[in-house]
Write a protein that binds this ligand. Structure first.
Ligand SMILES: CC(C)(COP(=O)(O)OP(=O)(O)OC[C@H]1O[C@@H](n2cnc3c(N)ncnc32)[C@H](O)[C@@H]1OP(=O)(O)O)[C@@H](O)C(=O)NCCC(=O)NCCS
Length: 385
């Protein structure tokens, strides 16, 4: 195998054929089934965007109502999942708890032994609910509270928020989360979606694929950056300190080795992207939402910190801001704990994970690439006497 066939991190390598989502990294554009993301969030609620991703067309009002009802009918965290969560130490990271909860749910799923299209659609609907219910239940358990009972009268975003604090949000607040979930719903072959497709390609079950995706989302190069952004902004705390913080972190990088520079603490979370060369459309929508939510909730200080960090990183590096940066500011305004940001990301992205899994099951071939072997040439063990 010659060098030209290997690309570090599979950069720009085409690893799947997909009709779900297109990313134009040069122009900062994103399309779900051909619709620009800004139009999708304006026209569709998260449940409808999910149907668009799964079935290829935006549902008409009757189909949308039926799909919402189908999702709502899956509500109610299985007792076995709740019991599994109760065994975890309280300082367990929410994403680890989520991974564990979905793994436990797999064993009890009524379609555990079936993997035909209808069974996988039933599982996908259950997973859309299981993910937020597990996140909510774990957050309640770790804060010494009882989980919030299931309700079927709320839209998905309102239900997600109610699961955390037990309060029904106002329609405006629910709409903000609805937009954020839709913005996170899919993003082509991002690392967690690729992990899900690799699992599906072995014909592993859908829950197994979602567990692989959640595990992959956790890292700070991917969804984990969402938690890191909010922690960083809170650490900076004072807008007047933002420029100096950015300068310090970027100046320190100059004296580091390549390996040291790769440490997440030597990077700016929320900046840089493998595909985008400019700020993407999601980040632009999120920046506007972050500003209006900060004003509405009196949390302008954190937004101001974020704006100053954004300007300073742009001025010094030109790196694009990514989806994790301003979404963290929105989560803060929604009262979401810093270490729950990546879990909220998962609540949106499970729609895309399932869409890609269904697409992979429908036209599957094992994903099994090659390594460019650079180790020792063939040799024999030395003979010892
Ligand atoms: C997203 C990300 C992993 C993309 O990685 P990638 O395409 O593999 O790019 P690389 O890691 O090879 O980075 C290339 C160069 O860009 C620069 N760079 C990229 N992201 C950076 C960041 N967030 N802060 C500082 N420098 C960054 C570095 O100079 C790096 O060169 P180096 O390896 O010599 O230090 C990377 O930008 C990153 O780590 N960002 C921060 C974490 C984050 O926000 N992740 C969420 C992504 S949606």
């Amino acid at each position: 195998m010659d060098d030209t066939t290997w690309k570090a991190g599979l950069e720009d390598v085409i690893a799947a054929r997909s009709a779900i989502t297109a990313v134009d990294g040069g122009a900062g554009r994103l399309y779900y089934r051909g619709y620009e993301i800004a139009d999708v969030v304006e026209r569709l609620a998260f449940e409808e965007a999910t149907a668009l991703l799964w079935f290829g067309e935006a549902p008409d009002p009757d189909a949308a109502a039926a799909f919402r009802a189908r999702l709502a009918a899956t509500r109610g965290l299985p007792a076995e999942v709740f019991a599994a969560l109760r065994t975890l130490p309280r300082d367990c990271h929410p994403l680890d708890a989520l991974r564990t909860g979905i793994s436990a749910a797999a064993a009890h799923d009524p379609d555990a032994r079936a993997s035909d299209r209808d069974a996988n659609l039933r599982k996908a609907c259950r997973l859309m609910t299981l993910v937020p219910e597990t996140v909510g239940a774990w957050h309640r358990i770790r804060t010494g509270r009882e989980p919030v009972p299931a309700r079927t009268d709320l839209g998905h975003a309102a239900y997600v928020l109610s699961l955390l604090e037990g309060r029904e949000p106002t329609p405006d607040v629910a709409r903000v989360l609805d937009v954020v979930l839709t913005l996170h719903a899919d993003h082509e072959l991002n690392a967690s979606t690729f992990a899900a497709r690799v699992a599906v390609a072995t014909l592993a079950d859908l829950h197994a694929a979602i567990v692989a995706a959640i595990a992959t989302l956790k890292g700070p190069r991917h969804g984990g950056a969402n938690d890191d952004v909010l922690a960083m902004l809170r650490e900076i705390e004072d807008p007047a300190r933002a420029e100096a913080f950015v300068a310090d972190r970027l100046d320190v990088r100059a004296g580091l080795s390549r390996a040291e520079r790769a440490d997440p603490r030597a990077r700016m979370p929320g900046f840089g992207h493998r595909v985008y060369r400019v700020d993407d459309a999601r980040a632009r929508v999120l920046r506007g939402l972050a500003q209006s939510m900060a004003a509405a909730t009196g949390r302008e200080r954190l937004f101001e910190v974020a704006e100053r960090v954004y300007a300073a990183v742009k001025a010094r590096t030109g790196l694009p801001v990514n989806v994790d940066f301003f979404s963290a500011v929105v989560y803060d305004a929604l009262g979401i704990a810093p270490d729950l940001c990546t879990s909220i990301f998962a609540i949106g992205r499970v729609a895309g994970w399932c869409a890609h899994a269904l697409e992979q099951y429908a036209d599957n071939r094992l994903i099994r690439p090659r390594a460019d072997y650079v180790g020792s040439p063939p040799r024999t063990f030395a003979v010892t006497v």
